[in-house]
Design a protein around this ligand. Sequence first.
Ligand code: F6R
Length: 242
Amino acid sequence: MQVIVLDNYDAISEQAARLVEKNIQENDQLVLGLATGATPLGLYKNLISGYNARGISYKNVKTINLDEYLGLEKNHPESYHTFMSEKLFQHIDIAMKNTFIPDGNPSSAEEECIRYEEIIDSIGPVNLQILGIGTNGHIGFNEPGTDPNMSTHVVELKTSTREDNAQFFQSLDEVPRHAITIGIQTILKSEQIIILASGKSKAKAVKRLLEQNVNRNFPASFLWKHDHVTLIVDREAYQFVQ
Ligand code: F6R
């Protein structure tokens, strides 16, 4: 794992954007794996600026998102469909038919998992996967205890994850209890992975990640099984490592 420590959130967002853009410039048909949440917002702002100011085009890029809450309509304000549309897709020239996010309101969640994994198999491999990290070490919504050999599956969200995400809802009760996530196995099929971490709330998770103790209680530790991972972290999130 390559570790890049930068001063602050703006710096890691810019650095991640430059890496994404470099990959698009080298391969205009890039398959890009995307995350939601607070961490990649700065990256997405930078990508929008790159599109506007430097003409980086997403016309032939395909995107595959990690996860979606179960039980939310696509147009729910807190669905990851809405998030991706508002924070990135509607500001760049990507074709919506080239963007993939699990359906959070399928008639059968199990069938949706199979369908989504088949999509990844057919348009993948993901060339470059962007990840955030949960305070409990989750990646995607692969919570502690998840079998690393799983592909796309339904998960029951841990209370800590629901509490972390409650800020985006009216109350904790409104945060969905289940989600569909691509599996750790699916994530590890990506050719290259960038994991971003910012702020002191992530400092314990970053320290634990860098201990290299690969185990199910800390899902991000499985990234040590991949040989092309870059952790881009700011000083606050890195503070317990030094
Ligand atoms: C989001 C996702 C999650 C987040 C993680 C960190 O698609 O898969 O693993 O990356 O929960 O969230 P933030 O960035 O909000 O701290």
